[in-house]
Design a protein around this ligand. Structure first.
Ligand code: SIN
Length: 295
């Protein structure tokens, strides 16, 4: 057996933080995974909600082929520049570039070099993605770390008063802004989160694969909780996000080129630190189409 085949045959799992995250070593995703290796990845991902594989060598077709093992792919957010033909940096329509790099004065990707607030990807659509996958092609020497929080663990530990306040309610997920705080192309500025365009989802959902109950908060900006006036809704959202994103529920990732992160978008939120705009950060992202309307 070749050395490559042997290491592929013996993957190892290491937890990244007490409540969230696992690194799997010994797998070469671009080389193709057999059913047993993918089953290990899938089980570990469901259990730990964030999966890290370092040292991967993927081009866009390789990332797309691997991503498809998790399900059908969801198109990147509407209104974003994606492929080169649309003015973005991706070769394939399934891939979305997250980057601060400019080519010919134009950004090749989204989110720039600023901070991205806590959010769940595309929570503002009827069936939000099941998973997101981010692959680091270029990473800055410092900054741009990404954090994930386990919303199932947060729900399980939620104090009774917060549990009573939010259970059975819905949250409005605004469509107008990105997680970097910029207005999407064609969107109108939001004046009233209770009435702005967006989608209502239950604040506590049942995970369709594990059956676990999990908090589903979306993002703080322009969120609104039904049945509450805006001041009470804002105060409750602040308390929920502060509780759910405590260090004990989170994993912080400092990126290296070749890192591949896969997260369960049904049971996590994530955010990103800002970084020096003069350094380069180039990430390829895919997202797996949601199969369920959250309930
Ligand atoms: C994202 O929110 O999908 C991007 C996170 C990152 O740039 O690290």
């Amino acid at each position: 057996m070749s050395a490559a085949a042997q290491s592929q045959a013996q993957p190892q799992v290491r937890f990244l933080a007490p409540e969230i995250g696992a690194e799997v070593t010994g797998l070469d995703v671009g080389g193709g995974l057999d059913a047993a290796a993918f089953d290990l990845l899938h089980r570990t991902w469901l259990e730990r909600v964030v999966l890290l594989l370092r040292g991967q060598r993927l081009d866009e077709p390789g990332l797309v082929a691997f991503s498809r093992r998790f399900g059908e792919l969801e198109a990147p957010p509407a209104g974003e520049k994606r492929t080169r033909a649309e003015g973005g940096g991706a070769a394939m329509p399934e891939v979305w570039i997250i980057s601060n790099v400019l080519e010919n004065g134009q950004p090749i990707g989204a989110l720039g070099a600023g901070e991205a607030e806590w959010h769940t990807d595309m929570a503002y659509i009827e069936r939000p993605p099941t998973a997101s996958i981010l692959y680091a092609r270029e990473a800055p020497p410092a900054g741009g770390d990404t954090y994930w929080a386990n919303m199932t663990a947060a729900w399980a530990a939620l104090p009774d008063d917060l549990r009573t306040a939010i259970e059975g309610r819905r949250i409005k997920h605004d469509t107008a802004y990105t997680s970097a705080g910029t207005l999407r192309k064609g969107a109108q500025p939001v004046t009233d989160p209770l009435t702005c365009p967006g989608v209502w989802h239950p604040a506590v959902r049942t995970h369709p694969e594990t059956g676990d109950r999990t908090l589903f908060l979306g993002r703080r900006r322009n969120a609104a909780i039904d049945g509450l006036d805006l001041a009470d809704s804002d105060a409750l959202m602040d308390r929920l996000i502060a509780f759910a994103t405590q260090d004990r529920f989170t994993y912080r990732h400092a990126w290296r080129p070749g890192d591949l992160l896969i997260w369960d978008n049904r049971s996590t939120m994530h955010r990103r630190d800002a970084f020096d705009a003069s350094s380069r950060r180039v990430m390829l992202r895919t997202q797996i189409r949601g199969t369920d309307v959250p309930h």
